[in-house]
Design a protein around this ligand. Structure first.
Ligand SMILES: C[S@@+](CC[C@H](N)C(=O)[O-])C[C@H]1O[C@@H](n2cnc3c(N)ncnc32)[C@H](O)[C@@H]1O
Length: 274
């Protein structure tokens, strides 16, 4: 069961590419580095994903800014620019990903920028609690933390999701704070995605075998009951559509906002607390 997570890693490139069709700093440089260093061989890319990826990225940032929590652990951080951007704003920021991605991230950030002392890129498996404990050395025990993740749980079975959620619960029990994630997006979103972007999920299936609709939450009630079983008591849901007017990708791609409304209505970011 606990195996084969590396097959998920190329999806980090699938997500990095559409962010180049936004105004998010560093994203073009990051993707260019991946391309120049041969990391994207034969992966099918789809720029029409940009509005939903931009929405989840910006909604997560907005929630984080509103909460004003300045210690972050982002798991499965991939090639996202959030870590470097928030570290540059003075946040204590820990990124965790599997070995190859974490090593590439260090290399690429050294080339396109410099890594501030308050950005820590660690190698870790979200299913391994000991890897979360390694983050402790960078955290101030007297301050709250935010755990963030965008795009990992969808590739895990419910048994595996439960292990990750329990690890996050344990960390939040110790430090206090919140878990912010778009990674619980229910089936309806994927069904809509299959209509808007007919090839996308087929292409992801070619990248990783871990992309099964049966591993998705049914609806918000399902998310809540799953989280409550772990011990979380407070789940607040935000919708991607909240960011509609802040999305630059519509204009960059030359697509009509209205075409994405239903998709953005079904995409969610949850704020989860004990
Ligand atoms: C779809 S990508 C998302 C990357 C990033 N969050 C983003 O939005 O661009 C999924 C990421 O999960 C990472 N990953 C897969 N299994 C993992 C695990 N067990 N623990 C930590 N990270 C994992 C992959 O290496 C990859 O970077």
């Amino acid at each position: 069961m606990l195996d084969n997570f590396e097959s998920i890693s190329p999806t980090a490139i699938v997500i990095s590419y559409p962010r180049t069709f936004t105004d998010i700093p560093y994203e073009k440089e990051i993707y260019q580095w991946l391309q120049q260093n041969g990391k994207n061989n034969n992966i099918k890319l789809n720029k029409l994903l940009a509005p939903e990826i931009e929405a989840r990225y910006k909604l997560t940032n907005k929630i984080l800014d509103d909460l004003n929590i300045k210690q972050i652990v982002e798991i499965a951080s991939g090639y996202s620019s959030r870590g470097i951007l928030y570290a540059e704003k003075g946040y204590e920021y820990i990124e965790m990903d599997l070995e190859e991605v974490a090593k590439n991230k260090v290399k690429l950030l050294k080339e396109i920028a410099s890594i501030p002392n308050n950005l820590h890129i660690t190698i870790g498996n979200a299913l391994n609690y000991a890897d979360f404990e390694k983050c402790d050395e960078f955290l101030d025990k007297n301050k709250e933390i935010a755990i963030i993740n965008e795009g990992l749980l969808r590739y895990l079975t419910f048994e595996e999701k439960e292990i990750v959620a329990k690890n996050i619960y344990q960390i939040l029990k110790k430090h206090n704070g919140v878990w912010i994630t778009c990674d619980v997006t229910p089936k309806k979103f994927i069904e809509k995605q299959n209509v808007c972007l007919p090839d996308f999920n087929n292409n992801v299936n070619e990248v990783t075998s871990r992309n099964d609709l049966q591993d998705r939450f049914e609806d918000i009630e399902h998310i809540k009951s799953f989280m409550m079983k772990i011990g979380f008591n407070n789940i607040e849901i935000h919708r991607f559509i909240e960011m509609r007017e802040q999305l630059k990708s519509f204009e960059i791609l030359g697509v009509a906002k209205e075409e994405y409304d239903e998709l953005l209505q079904n995409g969610i970011v949850a704020i989860i607390k004990i």
